[in-house]
Design a binder for this molecule. Structure first.
Ligand code: ATP
Length: 201
């Protein structure tokens, strides 16, 4: 089983930017958000169960899940939300574990924006947090996605705060300055993780 490094950080902190730099070094990535989408991909058993349960209006014209329709349906129906979570959570967790166990690079990076919120610490050996101030999170997210300050603030309010994230971190990547500040930090962590991975053998 490879060494598993969890990567988390708030919205707009730079997780994708950081993960791409590790991937460029040949490190395999498992992305919790990607896995969550794959389990309801067209043709999946879970998507069929959702359609059987909530009806065909859960599908878009191309046969993929209508996430907005599903979100709206479960938003005001607690029992439906419980049913959906009972269906999807075990599938997502199993697939995440399978992919992490199957990784063949010296260590694997597990990108989980909600790692702490969803209490996925038991999946990982070590946690690296991408850290910026809340003002930077807000500014970069608005620059990337548009939308209103209130929308982004609401998402941030639903996530653990900066202090809690830093308290849980084994390693911290400071992404407050430009991208040129990232490379040396990532190089140093990569060397450390290679060493830790070698020690486990
Ligand atoms: P989310 O959780 O919202 O998907 P994320 O943590 O994956 O976000 P990124 O998408 O990597 O964050 O970064 C957010 C935005 O900030 C992107 O537009 C990215 O290009 C930009 N960005 C990342 N790092 C820096 C940096 N050091 N300087 C300036 N802009 C940056």
């Amino acid at each position: 089983k490879p060494l598993i490094i969890g990567l988390t950080g708030g919205i707009g902190s730079g997780k994708t930017t950081v993960a791409n730099a590790f991937a460029a070094k040949g490190i395999e990535l498992v992305d919790a958000d990607v896995v969550a989408r794959q389990v309801v991909a067209p043709g999946s058993a879970a998507l069929q169960q959702i359609v059987d349960h909530f009806g065909p209006n859960m599908l878009l014209a191309d046969g993929s899940l209508d996430r907005a329709a599903l979100r709206q349906r479960v938003f005001s129906h607690a029992a439906d939300k419980d049913w959906l979570n009972a269906l999807l959570h075990p599938l997502i967790r199993q697939k995440m574990q399978d992919e992490l166990a199957a990784a063949s690079s010296p260590y694997v990076l597990f990108i989980a924006p909600l790692l702490l919120e969803n209490q996925l610490q038991s999946y990982i050996d070590r946690l690296v947090v991408v850290d910026v101030t809340e003002q930077t999170q807000l500014a970069r997210t608005l620059l990337r996605d548009g939308g209103s300050e209130q929308q982004v603030a609401a998402i941030m309010a639903a996530q653990v705060d900066r202090t809690q994230r830093l308290a849980a971190a084994d390693d911290v990547i400071d992404n407050s300055a430009g991208p040129e500040q990232l490379a040396p930090q990532i190089d140093a962590l990569h060397q450390r993780y290679l060493k830790l991975a070698a020690q486990r053998r």
